[in-house]
Write a protein that binds this ligand. Structure first.
Ligand code: KIV
Ligand code: ZN
Length: 518
């Protein structure tokens, strides 16, 4: 089966860094728990010096997720390293990950450092990180555009200072697989002490080669790959975890490595992340996209029915995708609902089940067939990352070709009473948002709004992600309904609940900067 390769998940750090992907500390903790269940070896939980929220998120994960190594990122600055070291200190297996750019381009234009200063900083940073833990990773940012001879000198300095993992990132997604593999071979051959450390690959997807490059690095001796769920990350994203893992399983002779990831948790993890950030993989995304296992052409369908191997190199069940989506409807009872959640891998407690069942019956009145995706949308909609201070009680919209009017009532912190308002807008969503803003008396500016249908068909649930600036704080909210105006209103109410939670934390003198992004 080949060598063991360490799966280093950076969904919560590099993945979160992309616009629209920011997560609250609570959301990160939920994902970290699922990454633990998935079986990754290392969770890079955040970049503590980037924001107070990030620091709190890393700390919360270090305190409660015990099996995997918990890593925190730091630039080669004392303050960064101290914040990262303190944040991971409670972890059962803490790691500090320090990085500095090594290419001349970055040194001259970004850091304004000479090569010698870079060497010195790298060594000092690793030594400082070692005060907190024996597990220190060093990354030579932009390694693929770094002069090879200098790269070897930096890696040698980092190893001499005590780094135990050396990461050679393709920061801008520039390398080709043959080049990336060659760089690993050269550095491993030339640097004294290279046999004492684990080499790591970290690839971005600007040329669509992140996974191919990661596999090339494994082939060239890398013992760790850094990746993200759904391949989320800066610009075109990072190497997709699920694709690396499945490539190793489908082609064990060609890419011979073994890892501890349980493939049956891949789809569930992908879905959880998508629901948390409100961004779903494109339908044709390998392994976890909606169409990854759909066979449209008759000739393909016929082949697959005769023998799956004709057109299917991955069986959906292997990655946790149910072969058939069981259909529930308005006559299905609570037990059927509970059983289906269990079959999908979720244990739901009684109180949650009761609420879910109410939502299920309301949905079943509007939608003939309830599919697994609908059940997941209901379930994920129930996980609140902020207390539910406001709730949408009523929404009535009239619209046409000229303008729209919305009448809204919210339940809120008003001693059990509801408050309402009417407003106009140049469309039904704008009118609903204006009415909600009136009720809560806040300045709401919408930055972005996306609508996605959860299942095919005309009666599909619409899932809305709204990014808004509310009284100066930028954050996101999501909502689902068969009516996209209602889903949008629910998404804004969710964002308002996050804002009130952030205000409350501020009142308690806790800095809650994570609520409004990085
Ligand atoms: O892409 C990159 O170079 C990084 C480093 C900080 C590891 O994300
Ligand atoms: Zn990166």
């Amino acid at each position: 089966m080949g060598r063991d390769v360490i799966i280093f998940d950076t969904t919560l750090r590099d993945g979160e860094q992309a616009p629209g992907n920011s997560m609250t500390a609570e959301e990160k903790l939920r994902l970290a728990r699922q990454l633990d269940t998935l079986g990754v070896d290392v969770i890079e939980a955040g970049f503590p010096s980037a924001s107070e929220g990030d620091r709190r998120g890393v700390l919360a994960i270090a305190e409660s997720v015990r099996r995997p190594v918990i890593a925190a990122l730091a630039r080669c600055h004392d303050r960064d390293i101290d914040l990262a070291g303190e944040a991971v200190r409670p972890a059962a297996r803490p790691r500090v990950h320090v990085f500095i750019a090594t290419s001349d381009l970055h040194l001259q234009c970004k850091l304004r450092l000479s090569r010698d200063q870079c060497l010195e900083r790298a060594g000092e940073a690793v030594r400082r990180a070692r005060r907190y833990t024996d597990d220190v990773e060093f990354s030579a940012e932009d390694a693929t555009r770094t002069d090879l001879e200098f790269l070897c000198r930096v890696v040698e300095a980092a190893i001499a200072a005590g780094a135990t993992t050396i990461n050679l990132p393709d920061t801008v997604g520039y390398a080709l697989p043959v080049e990336y593999g060659a760089m690993f071979r050269a550095v491993r051959e030339r640097v004294p002490g290279a046999d004492r450390v684990v080499f790591s690959a970290h690839c971005h997807d600007d040329l669509g080669l992140a996974v191919a490059n990661s596999l090339a690095a494994i082939e060239a001796g890398a013992g760790q790959v850094e990746c993200t769920v759904n391949g989320i990350g800066e610009r075109a994203g990072n190497a997709a975890l699920e694709e690396i893992v499945v490539a190793g399983r489908v082609r064990p002779h060609a890419v011979a490595f073994h890892c501890g990831v349980n493939p049956q948790e891949l789809y569930r993890t992908s879905q959880l992340l998508s629901h948390v950030i409100g961004v779903f993989p494109q339908p044709n995304k390998a392994v976890v996209g909606r169409n990854a296992f759909a066979h449209e052409a008759g000739i393909h369908q016929h082949g697959v029915l005769q023998n799956g191997l004709t057109y299917e190199i991955i069986r959906p069940e292997e990655v946790g995708v149910a072969r058939s989506s069981l259909v529930l409807g308005k006559h299905s009872g609570r037990h059927a609902l509970e059983r289906r959640y269990r079959e999908l891998g979720y244990e739901v407690d009684d109180a949650t089940l009761r609420k879910l069942y109410d939502e299920f019956t309301t949905l079943a009145d509007k939608k003939r067939e309830i599919l697994d995706e609908d059940l997941l949308a209901l379930l994920h909609g129930r996980f609140h990352d902020a207390p539910e201070v406001y709730r949408l009680a009523h929404l009535q919209v009239t619209c046409g070709t000229v303008s729209a009017t919305a009448e809204v009532r919210l339940a809120g912190p008003w001693n059990g009473a509801e408050r309402g308002a009417t407003a106009v807008g140049n469309g039904p969503i704008a009118a609903a948002f204006a009415a909600i803003a009136k009720v809560v008396g806040r300045q709401v500016d919408v930055l972005n709004l996306t609508v996605q249908s959860v299942t095919p068909g005309r009666d599909s649930l619409g899932q809305v992600l709204v990014q808004a600036r509310i009284d100066g704080k930028s954050l996101s909210g999501h909502g689902a309904s068969t009516d996209i105006v209602e889903a949008s209103a629910r998404a804004l109410v969710h964002a308002l609940n996050k804002v009130s939670h952030a205000d409350q934390l501020e009142d308690q003198s806790l800095n809650a900067s994570y609520f409004w992004g990085v």
